[in-house]
Ligand binder design. Structure first.
Ligand SMILES: [Zn+2]
Length: 234
């Protein structure tokens, strides 16, 4: 793997143990704890993140896209909950202007914006956006635009919209710390590329890693009443 086949992610160290500590201490609103497992990346069926791939959603369901090339660049791209919208929220500006700026920051790092729906709810198929619309995030600004606006901004800035398929079946939340590796969605796990996204957030002055861990936990807790298993992959 030569360096120019990967997104341009500056090596900014982060505290890999902060995620373990966060989830060990985390309780959901019903007082339920998380089960925390630490997995070696060799055992986690990971694939390289491709250059000019899309920032996808951590949604683990299978994907359909308008072309095989778009599908490939989506499943081989980094992932956080909410894709472009989630990233803008983590940066602290969920306005239209903030979304455009988020696209520019991604593109600077060799990543393209994306949004998604699903094959039964259309553009309303992103669970992160659903939690966000109900003001379910304690450390992110409220959603200031519609899902349609976010899709339009992604598409105007070199991005795409894809659909996830059918119903959720994820049995774990997988948090990947290697900045160059991701997982292809196969409906067994939610996928968060913390190692790719945290350095970019830090470069933008968002130095507290807990904002990403909190948004990630609040998404799963908002989507599932039962799944509380996180696997930290490093
Ligand atoms: Zn989503």
């Amino acid at each position: 793997m030569s360096p120019d086949t990967q997104p341009r992610i500056k090596e900014i160290p982060f505290d890999e143990l902060s995620v373990v500590q966060f989830f060990r201490e985390r309780k959901d609103k019903n007082g339920r704890s998380w089960s925390v497992e630490e997995i070696k990346e060799e055992e986690a069926h990971l694939v390289p993140i491709e250059t000019d791939s899309f920032l996808g959603c951590g949604d683990g369901r299978l994907i359909e896209a308008s072309t095989p090339q778009i599908k490939q660049k989506y499943i081989r791209g980094p992932k956080i909950f909410g894709a472009l919208g989630g990233f803008a929220g983590l940066l602290g500006d969920a306005s239209k202007q903030g979304l455009v700026k988020a696209c520019e920051i991604l593109k600077f790092h060799g990543i393209l914006p994306a949004v998604h729906g699903d094959n039964h709810k259309g553009i309303h198929g992103c669970g992160q956006n659903g939690v966000w619309e109900k003001n379910g995030y304690s450390q992110m600004p409220a959603m200031e635009t519609t899902r349609e606006d976010i899709k339009e901004i992604a598409e105007e800035n070199g991005g795409v919209s894809v659909n996830h398929l059918n119903d959720h079946g994820e049995q774990s939340l997988d948090i990947i710390l290697n900045p160059s590796l991701t997982a292809e969605p196969d409906n067994t796990r939610f996928i968060i590329n913390a190692g790719t996204i945290l350095p970019i957030l830090k470069e933008q002055g968002k130095t507290d890693e807990n904002i990403l861990w909190t948004m990630t936990a609040e998404t799963v807790e908002g989507l599932s009443d039962t799944m509380r298993t996180v696997r930290i992959i490093r």
